[in-house]
Design a protein around this ligand. Structure first.
Ligand code: GN1
Ligand code: MG
Length: 365
């Protein structure tokens, strides 16, 4: 159902030099963090976002990174292909700023809406997975031209698995909602049983086995837009977590979200099937672009990355459930627990197929 919104869209748009002739403003997308709207005016279709300042504590960092990334992508893809990257409009009276702060301290940004595009919640087939993976790989390759020092860490320690584990332990100890600790006791035990994954990541980092790279850190399938006509991958979106990290984050999160035959909050675990043919598609798409760029150690640890990201996401969803749903948007009280169960179920399947997945990577390289 399309609902009219009470946000003062007209005023916000006018800060970016657009008339306040809004026809419709409707919530848009499936993101768990920012609030996004598709805004239709008599002349334009726009994408308006309210930045989540609880998660992104320094909006100036976001602004800086987004502008830098846009310019890098523009030179990588060529300036005439404007649908290949998101362009945020500058403020009418402050051309070097893209954030408008309203009288309540809310921060807004505006881009054009990429028309004739769509996203998937579930990948339909291996060739789509291959295209999506190639798009994320191109994004990483484009950003390899950037100096890592020029990109701010928008969320420090974002994929620090050991820290995520400590936050999880602390949520259990504090027992914010005791019934929830009891309700999730099996999932808590499972997450602890795989805590060695965090230690393994620390070990790889200490040995310098993983090159520091600027990566996206949120390579969910719904963070790629596809062209409605050609059905080809069009552009990567949701760029706010782009910052220095390692390759496992991006490969792992693609496997986590694309290989699952169901959305990440499907509660019927029969439907949560790990799809090996999609894994092959991802590996081809990613490594066709990046194989030369990656070291043998990075390639060897890609399957570990898939397990790690699945585990870390289980831990993050479960921590949020234990804390009373303070981070991810939820639609009901067990949403985060259902997401956790879904991710654990997927991880168990990856573990069973690990050897075969490793062979696929070797074959593709
Ligand atoms: C969040 O904003 P969205 O929905 O694309 C989260 C990711 C998680 C993802 C789980 C900043 O991404 O890290 O993997 O939910 N983003 C942030 O679906 O925490
Ligand atoms: Mg998103």
């Amino acid at each position: 159902m399309v609902t009219k919104h009470v946000i003062d869209t007209g005023n916000i748009l006018s800060q970016f030099g657009f008339g306040d002739n809004v026809v419709l403003s409707e919530p848009f997308g499936e993101g768990h963090i920012h609030s996004s709207y598709k805004v239709t005016t008599t002349e334009n279709v726009l994408f308006l976002q309210q930045v989540n300042q609880t998660v992104f504590k320094n909006p100036l960092y976001l602004e800086h990174n987004i502008r830098l990334i846009a310019s890098v992508l523009q030179s990588y893809f060529g300036s005439n292909d404007e649908r290949k990257s998101l362009y945020f409009f500058p403020l009418k009276n402050q051309k070097n700023r893209i954030h408008f702060e309203d009288k309540n301290g809310n921060i807004w940004r505006l881009s054009r809406f990429i028309e004739s595009s769509f996203s998937y919640q579930v990948v339909p087939d291996p060739s789509t997975a291959q295209m999506a993976a190639a798009a994320f790989a191109d994004y990483i390759l484009a950003l390899s031209a950037c100096n890592k020092k020029d990109i701010y860490k928008t969320i420090p320690n974002f994929h620090n698995a050991s820290l995520r584990l400590r936050q999880f332990e602390s949520a259990i100890k504090k027992s914010f909602i005791p019934e929830r600790v009891h309700e999730a006791k099996d999932e808590i035990a499972f997450c602890f049983s795989r805590a060695y994954l965090a230690d393994k990541l620390t070990g790889l980092q200490e040995n310098n086995s993983l090159k520091k790279r600027i990566v996206h850190h949120d390579t969910k399938i719904n963070n790629i837009l596809f062209d409605s006509h050609s059905r080809n991958a069009l552009c990567v979106v949701d760029l706010d977590t782009t910052m220095p990290g390692n390759i496992l984050s991006d490969f792992g999160d693609m496997v986590r979200t694309m290989c699952n035959a169901a959305p990440e909050d499907e509660g019927d675990l029969i439907k949560v099937q790990f799809r090996t043919d999609i894994f092959e598609g991802i590996s081809k798409g990613f490594l066709n672009v990046l194989a030369e760029e990656l070291s043998p150690e990075e390639r060897l640890n890609l399957v570990f990355g898939a397990k790690l990201l699945c585990w870390m996401q289980s831990v993050r969803f479960l921590t949020d459930f234990l804390k009373g749903d303070v981070y991810y948007k939820v639609q009901h009280s067990t949403h985060n627990l259902i997401r956790t169960r879904n991710q654990i179920h997927l991880l168990k399947q990856i573990e069973k197929e690990e050897k075969q997945l490793q062979e696929i990577i070797l074959d593709v390289c």
